[in-house]
Design a protein around this ligand. Structure first.
Ligand code: CTP
Length: 404
């Protein structure tokens, strides 16, 4: 129960993502938190207080001056009671009001009257999110210490695609848990590769694979939550990086290799989640390859192994690899652990629909002399579990090296 005895106000503002606040309430309560839900007037247009009352086990608060509530726990008392205020979804309007320091409803008043940090999971149309007014409000709020969770990017309820989707409840729970937890990687510098690579054949075609970058991005987020200073070298993916992460975008394995070798100096931990193309075209046609012969031949040459090169060139780095396997999972994973001289490898079966471009996954983690199964769960939960396992090993090893 990672949130046992934690007093949390869950602020819900108006937006279609408000329905996900029900699941978030359930997860927070399940994690041991004492949750009091506060809804803005607009939120009640999307979800009923009754649902949230049933899930939180407490009456839902809405009005600023409600004589019955003020007699029991007044708004200042409620603000003092909370260890943390989480606003999910946080609408453009609510964020604008917080940025201005308004106190015209209960939620905004609580945010002013509570001395502790506020976490907010924005949710709005992508145009509203990218509008300079919203961006200015966001930078004001983050300067003031408000911690943002998301937003995620993708298809929106309004039919648009882009940034502005509320993060999934499991991701919000992970950020809240990390907020209260011990930051096991505080001050550590972590480098991570993610996504696919693209190996061009001609100006319009390339060889690639089905990696979405989701697991890598979830790990980057979990590492940030654990206090690490994170740099990612990302193959082509539309996924947004978590706040505070340094991102270097690349296309080919050669570019990824170049940037990783440059960035690895001075880092403490390297995680290779990228699905790097093992081969590239020997010659890239300068012109579009035209259709003529019934059969054409493609000559491929081997790409550098980024992970093996990093572990050989930077022996002080704690190196973690990934292995997607269709058979003999343990044997192949352990071979890679030894051959690439890794400290840890996370293997996942990719032959039963799990693995690529999905939101859930399972991992079998191996290290010299040990192993642990991380069962099927959301990629964000799995990432948090893997970062915790990695941090335990890293911190043990690091202490050992320090006392050598
Ligand atoms: N990797 C890498 N550079 C490459 C190939 C792989 O950094 N050119 C990394 C991946 O990011 C992953 C690990 O090595 O962490 C294992 O990748 P995988 O493709 O499973 O292993 P390979 O060594 O390429 O073996 P095979 O494809 O034959 O299974």
């Amino acid at each position: 129960m990672p949130l046992r005895n934690k007093k949390i106000i869950l602020g819900i503002s108006g937006g279609i993502a408000a329905y996900k606040a029900a699941e978030l309430t359930r997860l927070l309560v399940k994690a041991g938190a004492d949750v009091r839900v506060v809804m803005t007037a607009a939120a009640e247009a999307f979800i009923t207080p009754m649902t949230l009352q049933a899930l939180s086990g407490h009456e839902v608060r809405g009005a600023l001056f409600d004589p019955a509530h003020e007699a029991a726990m007044g708004h200042i008392e409620l603000a003092r009671w909370a260890d943390l205020i989480v606003i999910a979804p946080a609408s453009a309007n609510t964020l604008a009001r917080l940025a201005q320091g308004l106190a015209d409803d209960l939620l905004s008043t609580l945010c002013l009257a509570n001395p502790n940090p506020v976490m907010a999971a924005p949710a709005m149309n992508q145009q509203m999110w990218t509008h300079p007014a919203t961006q200015r409000n966001m930078s004001l709020l983050t300067q003031r210490g408000v911690q943002l969770i998301g937003p995620a990017s993708g298809e929106q309820a309004c039919g648009d695609t882009g940034p502005g989707r509320m993060e999934e409840p499991a991701t919000i729970l992970a950020a809240v848990t990390a907020h209260f937890g011990e930051q096991q990687l505080a001050g550590r510098k972590l480098l991570l590769t993610l996504g696919p690579t693209r190996e061009p054949l001609d100006p319009v075609r390339f060889l690639s694979n089905r990696s979405s970058g989701k697991m890598g991005m979830a790990l980057a987020r979990a590492a940030v939550n654990a206090g690490a200073d994170v740099t990612i070298v990302a193959g082509p993916t539309a996924l947004p990086e978590p706040q505070g992460v340094k991102r270097i975008n690349v296309e080919t394995a050669a570019q990824m290799h170049h940037h990783v070798m440059q960035e690895a100096a001075g880092k403490d931990i390297f995680i290779a989640t990228a699905a790097v193309s093992d081969y590239r075209a020997a010659d890239i046609s300068a012109q579009k390859i035209k259709k003529s012969a019934e059969q054409i031949e493609l000559t491929l040459v081997k790409n550098p192994d980024i992970l093996a090169d990093v572990s050989a060139s930077f022996p002080q780095l704690f190196c973690v690899g990934f292995a997607a396997e269709t058979q003999d999972l343990e044997k192949h994973a352990r071979d890679k652990l030894t051959n690439k001289r890794l400290d840890m490898i996370a293997a996942n079966p990719v032959n039963d629909g799990l693995g690529f471009d999905r939101d859930d996954n399972s991992l079998e983690v191996f290290w010299p002399g040990g192993q642990q199964s991380l069962p099927v769960s959301s990629k964000q939960q799995l990432a948090a579990a893997l970062i915790e396992l990695l941090a335990n090993h890293y911190n043990k090893d690091h202490k050992r090296h320090a006392s050598d």
